[in-house]
Write a protein that binds this ligand. Structure first.
Ligand code: SDX
Length: 381
């Protein structure tokens, strides 16, 4: 019989299954997607190519990438039924709720909703990949009272994403596109994180792909997980961003804020990780993207806040930043509304989630752990 001594709270340290999709190695502080270091992928491949790698296990040939790119560029439009569903939602609802609803509608309307053969699963994954940017773009623009922007078939995935959200050539500047695409590659996959494991649990009952992705979006929304990138920006806002102060002045204010927060036993989002205990392997690459955006938009004071918070947390608790910490201010500099930051995480993680859904289905066993009962002893009515 299970006793409370057997409990592994939060499944910390529990190996629930095997996966060939990615390897997170805290000892070497490394992350491999199908055997390739994520830093190499971010520096050399398009997000489209990384998506194909995650789904198939191999780097796509030129012909395979060409065929996928042609499909993706011709399936970027927002489905009118999805648009109508989004329009039913108040503009005050959280964009993660919009995203969850939109994916659910896509699943409910899918002509092969009940089919889960490998080819259909891959097709569903690729359609979600192609159509999700339009959902984010439509939602941010409707909240700003702006008309939607039609997708462009002459642009890459990253360029078109920025085009549909902002509708201007400035956001197609190479440094902006490159920083955005790096974030998409880095956010794509991370083994059995909470939202991916949620997708696998749902898949293990033989439910459909859209149900699993909808559930994963729900898990990602929480500030202990994907919602942290949004929360990082709230921290910066609470400290206050003053464009006239020096990087050193900003750092000093941030340090004082962190010291107060930790003294009040606050959990500061963007720091810490269940698996990485000496720093998140993705942070140096994402910090490079942030540095590039600080230079592009001439905002050095933001790095002051970044440095000050990081130094104070390290000094007080030796806790390091995770990927969400540099990602938040990067998206802020690009002009995304803060509440859109975690939907951006969805756009990327759709690749990892759907790769895991396909892997779970290919070698399935219902995921059903035990519980140690600590309630009332049996008693009569
Ligand atoms: C993501 O799993 C993944 O791979 C996720 C992800 C992915 O790509 O899918 O990497 C994406 O979700 C990154 C994490 C984003 N979340 C946050 O930034 C939220 C803030 N971080 C913490 O809540 C925390 O670090 C967790 C939840 C991420 C992990 O925490 P654990 O492993 O459950 O450890 P813990 O919360 O028990 O912390 C251990 C100690 C505690 O101190 P004590 O209470 O024992 O004195 O460290 C402290 C914590 O209080 N601590 C923090 C802290 N993180 C840990 N204290 C203040 N601020 C923090 N951020």
């Amino acid at each position: 019989m299970s006793t409370t001594d057997d409990i592994k709270k939060g499944l910390a340290g529990v190996i629930a299954d095997s996966t060939a999709i990615s390897k997170v190695n805290p000892e070497t502080n490394s992350l491999l997607y199908r055997g390739y270091p994520v830093q190499d992928l971010a520096a050399n491949l398009s997000f489209e190519a990384v998506a194909m790698l995650l789904w198939t296990g191999e780097l796509p040939t030129d012909d395979e990438l060409g065929a996928f790119t042609e499909y993706e560029r011709s399936h970027r439009q927002l489905d009118p039924a999805v648009k109508n569903a989004i329009d039913l939602l108040p503009e005050t609802c959280h964009p993660m709720d919009t995203a969850r609803t939109a994916v659910s509608v896509m699943g409910a309307r899918h002509p092969q909703a009940g089919d889960s053969d490998p080819d259909t699963e891959l097709a569903k994954a690729q359609e979600l990949f192609a159509r999700f940017p339009a959902i984010v773009a439509y939602d941010q623009r409707r909240r700003r009272g702006l008309e939607p922007v039609e997708p462009r078939g002459d642009l890459t995935y990253a360029e078109n994403f920025l085009w549909m959200v902002f509708g201007d050539e400035e956001h197609l500047a190479p440094p902006v596109v490159e920083a955005f695409e790096v974030s998409m590659v880095l956010y794509a996959e991370h083994s059995f994180n909470a939202s991916t494991f949620t997708a696998r649990v749902i898949t293990s009952t033989l439910a459909d792909l859209h149900s699993a992705v909808t559930g994963a979006i729900g898990a990602l929304k929480g500030p202990l997980h994907g919602g942290a990138n949004e929360a990082v920006m709230y921290t910066f806002d609470e400290i206050g961003v003053d464009r006239n102060e020096s990087r050193e002045q900003a750092a000093a204010r941030a340090k004082a804020w962190m010291e107060d927060a930790l003294a009040a036993k606050k959990k500061v989002m963007g720091f810490g990780h269940r698996v990485y205990k000496n720093g998140d392997s993705r942070v140096p690459t994402m910090k490079g993207a942030l540095d590039a955006m600080v230079e592009h938009y001439e905002r050095p004071e933001l790095l002051g806040l970044y440095d000050g918070l990081e130094a104070a947390m390290d000094e007080a608790k030796s806790i390091k930043p995770n990927l969400d910490y540099p990602a938040g201010p990067t998206y802020h500099l690009m002009g995304f509304d803060t509440q859109m930051f975690t939907p951006l995480f969805i756009a990327s993680r759709i690749t990892g989630w759907t790769a895991h859904i396909m892997e779970q289905r290919a070698n399935n066993s219902l995921i059903r752990p035990l519980a140690a009962y600590n309630g009332a002893d049996q008693r009569a009515l």
